[in-house]
Design a protein around this ligand. Structure first.
Ligand code: GRF
Length: 190
């Protein structure tokens, strides 16, 4: 099953997805990596010979034009599944219309708690003892889609946003890979 991964940052989730393709029974291949900025995570895709594209908001007249351009870039890679792996933009109607029901996202908190761009910081600030990561199906809302999988991560006394986020990422990556493997295997079967 061909999948396309959307990133905005370091791409640690992308790394985990790429590492898993080295396994003989991996049911998916990464056919494209698309970013909304010059994300450092693009480098590993280029090294792996995977087509990449950067679709910058500032290169387009407005948000609607960017939404269309992003959907077109994803469509060009012809994926069966779209994975948002640290993609820090809301998915607009064009992408949802074209791939709705086949887009998953990973969020570094136990949704519905702490949605949005600062889930790690918000959990820490709130003083919860347990947080984690959630893999959801993407819908038009902010981190509101159907929850597909979750993993709990303990918050430690001396945690900072960075130490906590690193620990969450350690748990989040296998969670995301497992969900993508399962969905890809189902998709192949269909
Ligand atoms: C991940 O924790 C993801 O859940 C969140 O942003 C982080 C991105 O990390 N949306 P990376 O860019 O995959 O390293």
């Amino acid at each position: 099953t061909p999948i396309t991964v959307l990133i905005s940052g370091t791409g640690s989730n992308l790394s985990a997805l790429l590492r898993a393709t080295a396994e003989p029974d991996c049911p998916y291949t990464v056919v494209g990596v698309i970013a909304d900025r010059d994300a450092t995570g693009l480098e590993q895709a280029r090294t792996a010979g995977i087509p990449t594209e950067v679709v910058r908001l500032r290169d387009h007249a407005d948000r609607a034009a960017w939404d269309e351009a992003l959907a077109a870039a994803v469509a060009r890679t012809e994926p069966q599944l779209v994975v948002l792996a640290g993609f820090m933009k809301l998915v607009g109607p064009p992408l949802l219309d074209a791939f709705g029901g086949r887009i998953v996202n990973t969020h570094p908190a136990l949704l519905p708690s702490f949605p949005g761009a600062h889930g790690v910081r918000d959990a820490l600030a709130h003083g919860v003892k347990i947080t984690g990561a959630s893999v959801i199906e993407v819908d038009a809302g902010v981190d509101t889609g159907r929850i597909l999988a979750q993993v709990a991560v303990e918050i430690l006394e001396d945690d900072t946003e960075d130490t906590l986020h690193e620990r969450i990422k350690t748990a989040e990556q296998p969670l995301l890979v497992d969900v993508v493997r399962r969905l890809a295997a189902e998709s192949t079967g269909r």
